[in-house]
Design a protein around this ligand. Structure first.
Ligand code: PLP
Length: 400
């Protein structure tokens, strides 16, 4: 009888664990289609890009099942070797996010405090990683406002880097650049000047290359060329390339070995991630090719918005359109609210940025322009004070 009641409660435990995601109306695949459809009208960020049916099918076909913590996963190893080579570095390591990529890479470049990391005041590593640099490395941050309003120059770096060994200061050890920065391409000549200065002064160079793919296709510079001035580079697959998860750090073999240990320390070493590596390889093979068209669409969107009297506040080099609607009497928050209320809603942050991505539809762009035209007409050209002086604006709330 005891064993009967044990098996009874065992059944209870087993049944309680069950969860069937396919048990509802409408069926799960319909939800997925709706989600994909809504991405076509989402201008918040290119983080929203999601796996296409083709990517998922490829991943299911290519998936390997090795344990990556032991270095046994075929797809992950192939991906890491491929991207390292592509970027002209000795080694690469897959990580779960761009944040983890930046944090681990910079931690690898630092030894012991006191020290500081210099970056643009808008850099993701400074604004949007939960203050991780301080927590994870003990480094002080030196956020710098670029004097040209677009990207850091050698002069900006020279002015703010702390080279002195005066005991009052946290000496700068790493310059962390970001390319693209706010969608703007940091010209390679400027990066080379900064890296020459860094080398001469024993500083390390990290690049947040979340969207370095965009720079590479837009400029025709190889990733190897773009990565050459840096010790470490982190690149994102989930940002703009449609992968569900994943970023990668590239750098020298010894640095990447250390990164493997830090990834473990951060709890970010993952087991059977072949499926994620397969998605990333699909994105490299098929989605980078779509980026020139994305940039073209963004530029077209910017031109059409500008024709309405709205100011475009940053060069539209890649996929982002930064704008100031105050000359036509509009506020970003109001635009976002109205966009959400359209019969076919458009999503955007209540902020001065629209992001075009590989899943943005032409119809969404037309509808966005039409909404702005209508709202500008309603506002009857009444101007509002500009809230868009980027030089004076705090980097918060950051936009991812
Ligand atoms: C989004 C982003 C990251 C971080 O990526 P997550 O995967 O969201 O952690 C890093 N750098 C830049 C420039 C980004 O835009």
């Amino acid at each position: 009888m005891a064993s009967l009641s044990l098996s009874g409660s065992r059944d209870g435990v087993i049944n309680a664990a069950k969860l069937d995601l396919l048990d509802r109306e409408p069926a799960a695949d319909i939800t997925r289609d709706k989600e994909r459809k809504s991405l076509e009208r989402n201008f918040c960020s290119d983080t929203v890009t999601a796996p296409s049916p083709e990517m998922l099918a490829y991943a299911m076909k290519a998936v390997s099942l090795g344990d990556d913590v032991f270095g046994w996963d075929y797809c992950t190893n192939r991906l890491e070797e491929h991207v390292a080579k592509l970027c002209g570095k000795e080694a690469a390591i897959f990580v779960s996010s761009g944040t983890m990529g930046n944090q681990i890479a910079v931690k690898c470049l630092l030894d012991k405090p006191p020290f500081s990391v210099l970056s643009d005041y808008r850099a993701h590593i400074y604004t949007s990683e939960a203050g991780g640099l301080a927590t994870n490395t003990g480094a002080a941050s030196i956020p710098v406002v670029p004097s040209n309003g677009k990207y850091l120059s050698l002069e900006d770096v020279k002015t703010h880097a702390i080279l002195s060994d005066d005991i009052h200061y946290a000496t700068t050890r790493v310059i962390a650049l970001e390319n693209t920065i706010w969608g703007v391409i940091h010209p390679q000549e400027s990066i080379l000047e900064i890296s020459k200065f860094a080398r001469e002064n024993g500083l390390k160079m990290h690049l947040d290359g979340a969207r370095l793919w965009h720079v590479s296709v837009e400029t025709g510079n190889s990733l190897k060329e773009l990565c050459e001035p840096f010790d470490t580079i982190s690149l994102c697959f989930s940002k703009g390339l449609g992968c569900p998860v994943g970023s990668i750090i590239v750098g020298p073999a010894d640095t990447i070995s250390l990164a493997r240990r830090y990834r473990k320390l951060f709890g970010g070493a993952m087991r059977q991630i072949g499926m994620l590596a397969a998605c990333a390889s699909y994105a490299l093979s098929h989605h980078i090719a779509l980026l020139p068209n994305v940039h073209q669409k963004a530029r077209k969107l910017a031109e059409r918005i500008q024709d309405l009297g709205i100011t475009i506040t940053q060069p539209v080099d890649t996929c982002m359109v930064w704008f100031d609607p105050s000359p036509v009497g509009l506020k970003c928050e109001d635009i976002a609210e109205r966009a959400q209320k359209l019969d076919k809603p458009i999503a955007m942050f209540p902020a001065d940025r629209l992001v075009v991505h590989i899943q943005t539809s032409d119809e969404a762009i037309d509808d966005m322009v039409e909404l702005l035209r209508k709202m500008a007409k309603e506002a009857k050209g009444g101007k509002l004070p500009s809230s868009n002086n980027t030089a004076n604006r705090a980097p918060y709330p950051a936009k991812l």
